[in-house]
Design a protein around this ligand. Structure first.
Ligand code: SF4
Ligand code: SF4
Ligand code: SF4
Length: 275
């Protein structure tokens, strides 16, 4: 019984993904969905098992397993544009496939359950940014979050223009948009990391996907919470947080609460096991 309780979360996550895999396989009559969501579900569940077993590399392992799969296999080999432009594209064509399903699960409705787990454990942009040297921001947060709304609007405008101008070969354009878009994201993300001395500066200020992620993760079921009776206000948790979250405040309105990527660095570093 104790063993089941210990491994309940990985089991729960595996069942959620497996349910989605089977439901989509049957409703869409496409075995790809069974493979796709089973692979992601197994990766996430194995990552959670490694976290429970206190393996320091757990988060990075999942991030690489899922990130490489999505970037190389889905994006480059299968030619699915899984970026936000791909989401607009499939939405405009009225097709509930690839990017629309991906966004619905990982970035729109999923965050109601697992917050910004996508950003901590699966995103292929952050997978590279997390290799950079500034794992903890070296300065205070800047008031530049408005940039993400501009990039969000630009991505929408780009796909709208493609449809309005009725250009041919739009599928091919979306494939190249995925490649060029990723090159731009990596170039901007790496530059921002060095300019602001903060690996996650791109996530905080530039990434258009955060426009979906932030409001939905406000209601997240899974959150890191502080046991106030144990906390000695040492400030260690805030000093190791890559996203500047005030995790000692248990309210939903905690400072930068919708930025939490569930990396658990605060939990690992709390000297009082208060998180
Ligand atoms: S904010 Fe954007 S770039 Fe950063 S991890 Fe999330 S989805 Fe990826
Ligand atoms: S690290 Fe732990 S004890 Fe220190 S302020 Fe954070 S929650 Fe409290
Ligand atoms: S360190 Fe804690 S509060 Fe900060 S992003 Fe990671 S899990 Fe969230």
């Amino acid at each position: 019984m104790k063993l089941i309780k210990k491994y309940l979360l990985p089991l729960f996550m595996f069942l959620i993904f497996e349910s989605a895999a089977i439901a989509l396989w049957i409703t869409k009559d496409n075995i790809f969905y069974l493979f796709n969501f089973s692979y992601i579900g197994v990766s996430v569940s194995v990552g959670l098992l490694l976290i429970i077993e206190k393996k320091g590399y757990a988060r990075r392992a999942v991030q690489l397993l899922v990130g490489i799969y999505m970037l190389i296999y889905l994006g480059l080999i299968r030619g699915e544009n899984m970026q936000i432009e791909g989401f607009w594209y499939y939405l405009f064509t009225g097709v509930f496939e690839a990017a629309t399903i991906h966004y619905a699960v990982a970035k729109i409705f999923g965050p109601l359950i697992f917050g910004r787990g996508w950003c901590g454990y699966a995103c292929w942009t952050a997978m590279i940014l997390d290799f950079l040297p500034y794992k903890v921001p070296q300065g205070p947060r800047k008031k530049l979050g408005w940039i993400r709304y501009i990039t969000f609007a630009l991505s929408f405008a780009f796909v709208s223009l493609l449809f309005l101008s009725q250009v041919g070969g739009i599928e091919r354009i979306m494939f190249w948009a995925f490649i060029i878009g990723n090159i731009i994201y990596y170039a901007v993300g790496i530059s921002m990391a060095f300019i602001f001395k903060d690996n996650r500066a791109f996530c905080k200020y530039f990434c258009p996907v955060a426009v979906f992620l932030k409001p939905m993760s406000f209601f997240s079921l899974f959150r890191v919470k502080c046991k106030k009776d144990r906390c000695v206000n040492c400030g260690k948790c805030k000093s190791v947080c890559p996203m500047d979250v005030d995790v000692t405040d248990n309210s939903r309105k905690r400072k930068n609460g919708t930025e939490c990527i569930l990396c658990l660095e605060c939990v690992k570093n709390c000297p009082k096991n208060a998180l």
